[in-house]
Write a protein that binds this ligand. Sequence first.
Ligand SMILES: Cc1ncc(C[n+]2csc(CCOP(=O)(O)OP(=O)(O)O)c2C)c(N)n1
Ligand code: SF4
Length: 291
Amino acid sequence: MTSKNEEYDFKWCPGCGDFGVRRSLEYAVADWITQTGQSIENTVVVAGIGCSGNMVHLLEGPQPFGIHGIHGRTLPISFGIKMGRPDLNVVIVAGDGDFLSIGMEHIAPQAQRNLNVTAIIMDNAVYGLTKGQSSPTTDMGVVTPTTPYGKVEGALNPLDLYLTLGASFIASGISTKIRPLGNLMSQAMHHPGFAIVHVQSPCTTYNDNYEILKGNPKKGMAPVAWDIPAEHDPTDRAAAHRVIHSGGIPLGVIYKQENSKPLDKRMGEAWAKARTQSVEQLLDSFLFKVS
Ligand SMILES: Cc1ncc(C[n+]2csc(CCOP(=O)(O)OP(=O)(O)O)c2C)c(N)n1
Ligand code: SF4
C-alpha cells in the first residue's frame, strides 16, 4: 500500500477511539521521518484483524507500506519482515482480541527475541468488528453476546503480562490524548527492541467506557486513568511493577529496559562469528563417510 485505497468501504463508528489512535500514529510517523530522514516507504504498518486493524487502510496523508494479514499473526509477519529488512520501521496495529487472545502465543517468543518493532494495541475490552463479544480484557461479570449471564473469567492485565514476558519497552496511553499518545509512539519507535504501546481506545457501539476512563465531575465519578508521576523511573523494573499494580489505568512510559539490544543486532553478531564455507565444504559436511 503506497496510496490510500479510496474504494475501501470500511468506516469506524462515530466517536470510536481508533480515530484518535490513528491521528497519534500519523504524528508519530511524521516525527519518525523528520528525525531519521527516512522516506515514508521505510515504515511498514502490519495490521491485525478487527476494527482496529482496519487502520492500515484508513491512514490519512502520505502512506507507509501496509500489510493486512491474518487474525492474531501480526508478530510472525513482523518477524519475517524484520529478518529480511531489519532497517524497516515496523509498526503493528491490532486490537486486544487479536493480540491478546488468538495472538497471545506469539508475544513471549518475540519479547524474548527482543524483536525490534512497535506494537500499538487498541484495547476496547471487546471484539468490536464481530459485534461486541467478550475479549481477554473484558471484566468479570460483564454481559456480552458470548457471555449472556456475565463473563465468568477474570480480566487479563495486559501491562502485567508484557512486563512478565519480557517486553523491553511498555507504555500505556488513551485515545483522547492525541499528542501525548503520539509522543509515546515516537518513543516506542526509537526504542531498540520490542516496544508495546497499549492504548485505551473505547468502542462507542459495544463498550462505551469514555466516562469511566476520564471520569465525570458532575456525577462525582473519578477518572480511572491517571498520569504516571514524572518521578517514576521507567528503567526500574520493580517500580514498573508497582505502577502496574497501583490500580486504574496508568498513562505514560511504564518500563524501558536499559541497554536494550534488539534481535537484529544479536543476529548480526552471530553471523559475524559464523564460519564461511564453500558449497563443496557444505555438501561434504553432510556426507556419511565410511572409514
Ligand atoms: C482465525 C479467525 N478467527 C476469528 C475471526 C473473526 N474475528 C474477526 S475480528 C475478531 C476480533 C476482533 O477483536 P479485536 O482484535 O479486539 O479488534 P476490534 O474489532 O475490537 O478493534 C474476530 C474474532 C477471524 N477473522 N479469523
Ligand atoms: S464497532 Fe466499536 S471498535 Fe468497531 S468501529 Fe465501531 S466503535 Fe469502533
